[in-house]
Write a protein that binds this ligand. Structure first.
Ligand code: RB5
Length: 150
């Protein structure tokens, strides 16, 4: 029986090309990739739609991990992090990719297609994919994220 690791991706027009590159990279690594859109380049599409579609799948437990794209990564991060249970990390360096897993247990990686070169993006992605969560004192902080606001 096939037992490939599942991952979902999503992004707007600004992230479209990088999303397609990352999809190929993930497929080469053996991942089963689900694309939440955009299905085609459309300069008028809107990043919240795609970030919300992906974060619903993460928060609902259908996917444990996802990768989001927009021009800077900022809009997609803001949109994804509005959903409880989503820990979306906008990363610009491989070290951030590693630490977003180790300390923040980031379940969504966000990449800025207009701010980060493609080869760097793939290095960040690999660091994030390979990075284990350290737990321990960091788990307490993760738990605090989901506490009710006072
Ligand atoms: C789209 O032009 C751009 O604003 C969007 O991709 C993103 O960078 C927003 O944060």
């Amino acid at each position: 029986m096939e037992n490939r690791q599942k991952i979902c991706v999503a992004g707007d027009h600004a992230g479209f090309e990088l999303k397609e590159t990352v999809k190929r990279h993930l497929a080469e690594k053996g991942f089963d990739v689900h694309d939440c859109g955009a299905a085609a380049y459309d300069k008028d599409d809107d990043y919240p739609a795609f970030a919300k579609a992906l974060s619903a799948k993460i928060a609902g437990g259908e996917y444990a991990r996802g990768v989001l794209f927009c021009g800077t990564g900022v809009g997609a991060s803001i949109a994804a992090n509005r959903r409880k249970g989503v820990r979306a990390a906008l990363c610009f360096t491989p070290e951030m990719g590693t630490l977003s897993r180790a300390h923040n247990d980031a379940n969504v990686l966000v990449l800025g297609a207009r701010t980060t070169p493609v080869d760097t993006s793939l290095k960040i992605l690999d660091a994030w994919l390979n990075g284990p969560f350290e737990g321990g004192r960091h788990q307490k902080r993760i738990d605090m994220l989901d506490e009710e606001d006072r």
